[in-house]
Design a protein around this ligand. Sequence first.
Ligand code: ZN
Length: 124
Amino acid sequence: MADVSDWRLMGQERYLQGATLVFRKWTSDRPDWDHDQCDFCTVHMGDHVFEDDPDTKLEGWVTEDGMHWICNQCFEDFRQRFEWVVATPERSSNRGQSAGREQATIASTSGLNCPDNAPTAGGR
Ligand SMILES: [Zn+2]
């Protein structure tokens, strides 16, 4: 758990407290903009893994205005402190069942039907 003295905290609450976040693949709407960085740990986020940073994240949490990216690790560490609201991704807006879709995604990461994506298997 993160506490007040976490090194990643640099006043983000001024613009991220209670923010609405969407989980999606990193994309750019500008050809000259090839990456962002996590607002907390500054890990690179891009549409491919950069040669100089094998830890590049290809997806993460972003504010609705697309201004601020947060990696999944920092999201998990700070979501309660910042009281983030998880928004429904745009891509499912034409299905009319977006809320159920999100639930299904969360369930699958619990290792129910997707062994390759079950980091919690075996406990830690
Ligand atoms: Zn981060």
